[in-house]
Design a protein around this ligand. Sequence first.
Ligand code: SAM
Ligand code: SF4
Length: 487
Amino acid sequence: MRQRQKGGERIFFFYPFPLLDNLIAKSSKVRKSTQPLPCSRGAVTKKSCVTVMNTRKVYIETYGCQMNLADTELLVGLLKPHGYEPTKTAQTADVILLNTCAIREHAEERVLGRLGELVHHKARHPGVRLGLTGCMAQHHRDRLLDKAPYLDLVVGPDAYRTLPALLAQDDKDEPLVSVRLDRDETYADITPVRGEGIRAWVTVMRGCDKFCTFCIVPYVRGRERSVPLTALLDQVRVLADQGYKEVVYLGQTVNAYRDGEYNFADLLRRTAKIDEIERIRFTSPHPADMSEHVIEVMATCTKIAPYLHLPLQSGSNKILERMERGYTVEYYAALVERLRSAIPGLALSTDIIVGFPGEEGADFQATYDFVAAVRYDSAFMFKYSAREGTKAYKWNETLSEDEKGQRLQTIITLQERISAEINRQTIGQTMEVLVEGPAKRPEGWLSGKTRQFKTAVFPGAGAQPGDLVSVRVASTTAHTLIGEVSA
Ligand code: SAM
Ligand code: SF4
């Protein structure tokens, strides 16, 4: 199951793995080799470097954002050479991993609920290894074992390389915890195992140095570091050969990318030269890191989608300062103006947090007015969730859950109206759509994305995934353009 819901909870993926059938097919050829694999970092022992070509099945459930999905692809890439094949269900797995998110409490509660289900499965199948990976593993570390003592493994985002070695350990009685943060780990040499499709997600940098007062990311993903540009371009060339048409560069502050020699504008410019790649997108850029060079590249390279997710968080300078976001409302508004004048047809989306400690009625009104003035194409809107370990965690919350909920609903209603209005303006226009596959409905229709990253559905008319087709928009909803294929 895969869910995407706007408002309240951002993107919540809860699923074995995207297009798992394809993935299983891709990874079913287990490398037959008795050669030792390159030694891993961290806690990996010499013993673990010997390849044991078992054929064990691993089931990974991913929670949270796109970066976690990319990490799941990385985990499969790491485990595959050690003889692990992905499987579609927990019931058929030897190893069950929950790849987790710690951004909001709600995400963690869902994982704990799921563990409560899986413990029964484990009791019936004592040979099964159950592990928690990712941000929640890093956030709670050893304490997790008080809540879930039946866990066999707890592995943080910088310690994925230790997984094969941990799984190879014979002694299953003691839970194994591997949560060392590593300032240098980029996994640049690991090839993720991706699902088939036309879009590939590529992590270009890990960690974050910004330390916004509400955010757990720098504590669970460590400090900012970038994958070398040459390694990224090599990866994208391979993706192009494999038939991917779109790359999406990922990073918590993706536009802060710098590998010591090249910056993010260089990366975009060089990627645009790879012929078979039709579209390039990236997420999430930080407003304070949005350089004139990046704007210039976006404005001049037609392959770079005219779409930007530019998190605002709040429209009140008082709250932005308390959040330590590093910009003011005036700076952000001027940036939007600059972007819109440089990049015709630019679509914008954002993130908003309501109910941050100290947010008064006037601050919320300022956010409301700002959102109304900017007129984003879409937005992800959240209630503030206090995260232990962050600076804001120590501050008293000034709103109840109900009050936060009311503010959230108010701003969602505003944004839904604006999204619907903006989409309605496209009726009668012809859009270039990159075809992804069958639409959920109506039957026989196809679905794809416009250059502005809007979902378009339209009658099939023989188009294939990966084709660029012209679609005339006949009608719209707040989230979808409904079209017909132009002659
Ligand atoms: N790095 C991006 C940026 O700086 O804008 C955002 C990445 S963060 C993983 C995704 C979004 O989660 C944030 O933009 C913010 O709106 C939301 N978020 C992060 N911490 C939160 C918290 N404690 N409570 C509610 N929402 C939160
Ligand atoms: Fe979190 Fe701020 Fe870093 Fe974004 S920039 S990941 S919100 S600390």
